[in-house]
Write a protein that binds this ligand. Sequence first.
Ligand code: NAD
Length: 272
Amino acid sequence: MKTNEFAELKGRVALITGGAGVLGCGMANVLAHYGAIVGIMDLTIEGAETAVDVIKKNGGEAFAVKANVLDKEELQEVRDFIIEKYGRLDILINAAGGNMPGATIGPDQAIYDMQLPHLQKVLDLNIIGTILPSQVFSEVFAKQKSGIVINISSASAQRPLSRVVGYSASKAAIDNFTKWLAVELAGKYGDGIRVNAIAPGFFIGEQNRVLLLNPDGTLTKRGEKIIDHTPMGRFGVPEDLDGALLFLCSNMSQFVTGTVLNIDGGFAATSI
Ligand code: NAD
């Protein structure tokens, strides 16, 4: 057994979509800590730059880029920029995603109240917003015959959460796509390209804060239910993802592809 200080991450070029968000930013920081050069991609350059500043203050190397994960041309421009500047890309983390208020069925509503445009937006963001960047950036991996894709699934993929129909369906599709892409890339380009997913449980983020916490910081009814259903009895914090991320981005997982790793304090393991 070799010891591993993740030395192989030094100088690796990583790109994180939605990198200005709570979890994206956390993942960017841990990769930068171990020496990766991290690209923060988000909808606005200001958001991406703020995340880059944090990494640089901590002594890491990072750069900011702006692109919508649903816009192929913008993604291609980012890819060309990275190749021109760094000559390679090693890691893609598809972290842009989430639910949207209009796509949640209210407590007094039923499926018949669902508005198609909102549903469509959530499906697009989560599943197309994962497939499209994977298509654009893994073309580099195919040429290099090496690269790592990490998709971000959710606890709602395996057993759908009430009310969030589009989010749950699109995260389930991410699990499926993770397996599909793992087979596609390993089969055609060899064992240097691996595709896996992380399925976080419940972490307080901007999108779910009002669903889980009252303005005074106490738990909402839904927040209480979730904590009751989490054997470890707490929400996750971004650092809880560090170990899984380093494992999946490093040689420690060199024979691992097509898997989904739950990081959820036991949420998926319990029934009552
Ligand atoms: P977040 O809202 O903090 O971050 C999401 C980021 O994605 C934001 O910076 C946003 O600007 C960006 N983004 C949104 N649409 C985009 C687009 N079209 N193109 C490019 N960037 C876009 O959310 P988070 O909590 O950090 O979640 C990150 C990922 O983790 C999401 O896929 C989410 O579904 C997933 N997740 C979160 C939790 C949680 O509890 N927070 C749990 C499970 C899964």
